[in-house]
Design a protein around this ligand. Structure first.
Ligand code: HEM
Length: 261
């Protein structure tokens, strides 16, 4: 009887590796993670269509349009001041969360918590100063960004709505700065807030009511601290994030950055 000889070449280790890569890249799990246009997809080619997909399918990149005007990506045009304002906001959020682990908004504890943070907590002094300087820098960056937008006449149609959103963002930035100022509960903070709320008491018609709401009582005290703490760490950041989202969305809808001059 004739012997059957299998003359098919045996797969090498390289072939087996290629088969495995093909199987993984062809799987539903893989293609659900790496969307069309990703270089990790099977058969990726560097085409204009795939380049567009890279932008459209990335959670971060899709904030940018697929095509941008040449002048808009020049750092010298925007000075990246809007981006810097946003970066500082992120920095303040991260450092702020760190500070929240060591701070209690109670009149008897607040000042001591800050003092302990500076002396006994690892990196406490550094993070507190990053938060403080970041806050000052954000006010400066937002103001300079507004000046840049004004200089380029970007407040004119079709961007007038975004200018108004910007004014709201500036107000919220200042309010965040001011509410944070009270939290160390030192003499500087106490008297700054006393003066600020006293001034708000002169608001026409319902001045006293505004003052009462802000102080959480007739005069500055533990209730004021709790109220301003909630405003500072929760309420105002929540509102500013919503307005930032509208602001960025409008930049896209208004046809990207204005100009060139
Ligand atoms: C938290 C504060 C703010 C953030 C994070 C922010 C962020 C940005 C970013 C990232 C851009 C894209 C261009 C660029 O970087 O310059 C932009 C554009 C713009 N922003 Fe702001 N912004 C803020 C406050 C303001 C303020 C206070 C105003 C004006 C009152 C304003 C008005 C505008 C306008 C009109 C544009 C379009 C500019 C153009 O087309 O040239 N923004 N903003």
């Amino acid at each position: 009887m004739a012997k059957i000889i299998d003359d098919k070449p045996r797969p090498t280790a390289k072939d087996r590796l290629n088969d495995t890569v093909d199987a993984v890249q062809g799987s539903q799990a893989w293609s659900s993670i790496f969307r069309p246009g990703s270089i990790f997809r099977k058969g990726y080619t560097d085409s204009p269509r795939n380049r567009s997909y890279v932008i459209m399918n990335s959670v971060l990149y899709h904030l940018h349009p697929v095509k941008v005007k040449r002048h808009a990506v020049k750092v010298s045009y925007t000075l990246c001041l809007g981006g810097l304002s946003f970066f500082l906001f992120i920095l303040l959020t991260v450092t702020g969360i760190f500070l929240m682990f060591f701070y209690r908004p109670e009149a008897t504890a607040a000042w001591n918590d800050i003092a302990n943070l500076e002396t006994s907590v690892t990196f406490g002094l550094l993070v507190r100063n990053m938060h403080r300087w970041g806050a000052h820098l954000m006010v400066l960056a937002v103001f300079l960004h507004m000046a840049r937008v004004f200089y380029h006449g970007a407040y004119k149609p079709p961007r007038e709505f975004n200018w108004v959103i910007g004014v709201i963002l500036l107000t919220l930035t200042l309010l965040l700065s001011f509410t944070g100022y009270l939290l160390p509960w030192d003499q500087l903070a106490l008297w700054a807030v006393a003066v600020g709320t006293e001034m708000m008491g002169f608001t026409p018609v319902f001045g006293q009511e505004v003052r009462f709401v802000l102080l959480g009582g007739a005069e500055i005290g533990s209730e004021t601290l709790l109220r301003w703490y909630v405003l500072h760490v929760l309420f105002l950041p929540f509102i500013i994030v919503i307005f930032m989202a509208i602001h960025f969305w409008r930049v896209r809808k208004d046809g990207g950055i204005s100009g060139p001059l």
